[in-house]
Ligand binder design. Structure first.
Ligand code: 3HC
Length: 296
């Protein structure tokens, strides 16, 4: 059944090569997913060789894990490894890519710049997708010559496990680009939903209310341990503060800042969370002994 709001799939264009801008936490997971499900060349780029190598290294290591678990055979592992490459030069990497997804720093100016650079080197038909957590897809596309090919493609961490994908239609996104995005989502075996181009879309808007309230409770003086214990009966798949570590506190902070700007009556920015990010910490816990312990 066609997802609500998805255009006719006959409009979808084929995707035979994928570009990923960024090689960090989300980007490298995305590279692995596209590689595994589409089995087409996937090329990663980042701002320096070290990051690029780290991203490709992650993909190779995950392929080895899949092999070790018997999910793929040796032939497939070799094939997948040969299909993933990392380059510094976007022109070299993206000149024949049909679908380029960015997962770089959550800052509108940075993302606009990345898209301008990609547009300058990618084919005219290439889809430019963004994994932004909270920023406006319309605004990200606004400076391009062809804003109609920009779509939001928002995944959830861990990407390999969580089935949901929020697809965002910008004001100028055309039907062929959207149909291509839904076609790719189907091949990725994700459950795609079309969401409005509103701050933080749907999931992060709800999650941030929830996480924000826990932060507020902690900011008001309730110990972290008590807050975590008290919500255990809700039966969440993992503790919200461990989830914050999985997602990355800086991302959590960016999303809450975006939402605070958009809806100041409903969203706050936690002082404790801002302090965690400023101190460059992983989260509210330390793992010195190997087990999570509250950061004193
Ligand atoms: N990365 C990759 N794979 C992971 C992983 C990780 N961090 N954590 C677990 N997995 C895999 C395991 O390898 C295992 O795979 P397998 O079946 O192939 O062996 C599978 O997930 C299940 O793992 P476990 O049995 O060890 O663990 P759980 O059953 O406890 O599930 C979990 C782990 C899936 C992480 C679960 O706790 C969960 O769903 N947590 C909530 C995650 C969530 O809410 N994410 C959304 C965050 S919001 C977001 O990302 C948006 C952004 O914009 C901020």
């Amino acid at each position: 059944k066609r997802p609500a709001g998805a255009p006719d799939k006959s409009l979808a264009r084929p995707v035979t090569k994928v570009g990923v801008v960024g090689a960090g936490l989300m980007a490298s997971q995305l590279a692995l997913l596209f590689l595994r499900r589409l089995e087409v060349p996937v090329v990663l780029t980042d701002i320096d060789q070290e990051r690029v190598d780290k991203g490709v290294g992650y993909v190779h290591a995950e392929i080895e894990k899949l092999l070790g678990k018997g999910r793929i055979n040796q032939d497939k592992a070799n094939r997948l490894k040969a299909l993933v490459t990392g380059v510094l030069d976007k022109a070299e990497g993206f000149s024949d890519a049909d679908f380029v997804i960015e997962a770089v720093f959550e800052e509108i100016g940075v993302k606009q710049q990345v898209f301008a650079e990609v547009e300058a080197v990618a084919p005219a038909h290439a889809i430019l997708a963004t994994n932004t957590s909270s920023l406006s897809v319309t605004e990200m596309a606004s400076k391009l010559k062809h804003p109609e090919r920009v779509v939001g493609f928002h995944f959830f961490n861990p990407v390999a496990v969580l089935p949901l994908l929020e697809i965002v239609r910008g004001e100028q996104t055309d039907d062929a680009s959207l149909a291509t995005a839904f076609g790719v989502a189907r091949k990725l075996k994700k459950t795609a939903v079309l969401v409005k181009d509103a701050p933080a879309f749907v999931v992060n808007r709800i999650l941030t209310r929830f996480m924000g309230e826990i932060q507020n409770i902690i900011d008001e003086g309730t110990p972290v341990e008590t807050a975590e214990k008290a919500i255990e009966p809700l039966g969440l798949p993992m503790s919200p503060l461990v989830l914050l570590e999985l997602v990355g506190p800086a991302i959590g902070l960016h999303v809450s800042e975006t939402l605070n700007r958009a809806f100041p009556d409903r969203f706050t920015v936690s002082g404790n969370l801002a302090a965690v990010v400023k101190a460059g910490k992983r989260g509210f816990y330390v793992y010195d002994s190997g087990k999570p312990e509250l950061d004193p």
